[in-house]
Write a protein that binds this ligand. Sequence first.
Ligand code: PLP
Length: 451
Amino acid sequence: MRSKTKGIYAAGKDVSQLWNAMHRFNPDEQQIVAVSGEGSWFTDSAGNRYLDGVSGLWCLNLGHGRQEIIDAAAEQMKNLTYSPLTMNHPPAMKLAGKISDLLGGDYQTFFSNSGSEANETAFKIARQYHNQTGNPGKYKVISRYRGYHGSTLGALSATAQANRRVKYDPGVPGFLHVYPPYSYRSLFGGDPEASDLKAAQLVEEMINWEGGETVAAFIMEPFISGGGVIIPSIKYIQRIAEICKKYNVLLIMDEVVSGYGRTGKMFGFLHAEGVQPDIVTMAKGLTSGYLPLGATAVKSNIYSVFKEKGKDNHLRHISTYGGHPASCAVALKNIEIIERENIMERVSKLGELKLGKLHQLIECENVGEVRQIGFLLGLEMVTDKESKVPLNDISMNEIIGACKKKGLIVGRNGDTVPGYNNVIIVAPPLTSTEEDLDFLVDTLCSVIRNL
Ligand code: PLP
């Protein structure tokens, strides 16, 4: 039966009509019903408070309840409630200009509503671009195993996580997957950088084996997030950019998680000097989760091909709500705050000083590796350091559950690759206070030390 308190379903049994995401039905599970939030914390319908150590779904970068952002949305809705991007409106125009400046190049932006759609848009643009530049045979898209690029069928086809695809395959034709820069369990041995460069070499091999004239694009996150927080050496990213250039393969940088400060720079790829992606996709941190918005930023030399006269040379792609005026107004305010409050500097500093304390956990037998960049951190859990056998589901769930009981939400790379769903994920709001971060670190350390 449903239980109600003051018109809201109370925290309780899994019996509401809501279909939860990524959820195994369990009638006995005590589900959280989140009812209010403040900063990095939220409160459930039973009055329990939780520190949100994964920023919702890596998106609530500025935390709950920023009045300025709320006002920006309300003002925009009052002024111009809706307008499609078959025309122009000021917030979208301003935001496209701002994104181009932030990316450090000359980019043209197409807006959508989510990260998945931003990537779908990128794939269509890549295929059409090659088609209109004398290479109609270039249609394949390469991505890395463990990478996640979204839930819609095209983006899921680029998602090389077998558990996410079971019962939904076959995917869209033309999507290929390659070995990731995963030095902790490297096939190649050697130091992490050498191992990562071998992984880059496999990308070149794949392009050659497939025939460079058939490959349209390579999509990558600068730092694999949901697939288990895999942080390659910077040289890997630079090498991939060189390979893409050599074979006229468009480099699509998926900044859906890494973008807007999470790693201590406005975009993750900016850590790799000299890399300028052809296409950059973004969502989540673009609005800090206040409203939905996705964006596909495309270098102007690519965009110019879509301006050519001729039948079907324009991009035939549309999204009713993509680039909604209120979402764009929110994104502009969000970026203004990130810049004004020096969020990137804060993330670099507190990432090291506070979150970085989680590196001490490497002393524990069950912690195989601690990987971190800024406010993106993963703990790869194992049964013991020597065998590196991934910690089982029961123990992983125990860790998440014990943290939750103590008022801390942490994530896990659940349902990603078979047998390797063993990474605890920490990605708190970028505005978390020093006390919040201390609480996060102390709680997680005490849970893992008591395993
Ligand atoms: N790309 C990456 C790297 C993601 O982590 C996600 C979502 O988690 C997506 C794309 C898809 O974004 P959305 O859920 O907004 O469609």
